[in-house]
Design a protein around this ligand. Sequence first.
Ligand code: FES
Length: 105
Amino acid sequence: MTFVRACGLSELEEDTPKRVELDGTPVSVVRTEGEVFAINDICSHANVSLSEGEVEDCMIECWLHGSSFDLRTGKPSGLPATRPVPVYPVKIQGDDVLVSVTQES
Ligand code: FES
C-alpha cells in the first residue's frame, strides 16, 4: 500500500472538504469529528464533485440530488445514488495527511 501526501493537516478546516488529485484520482479529504477521511470525489450517481457538498454526522452530501455518503464506508444513505463511492486509508504523520489510493478500504 503506497501512501502519498494529500495536504497538510493544518490546511484542513473542520467539516470543509478539500479536493486533491492523487495519482490521477480525484479525492475529497475531510476533517470531521476528530478524524480525517479520504473519499473519492466523484458521486456514484453522476459526475459531480462531492467536495462541493456539506459534511454532517460523518456523511458528505452530494449537492446535486442530495444523496449522502458515509465517510467511513462510502455507502450512500439513500436514493438516488445506489452504489458506494470508494474510500481510502488515511495516515497522519506530523502535519502531513497521507492517503493511499492504490487500495480501497
Ligand atoms: S449526482 Fe450525486 S446524487 Fe445525483
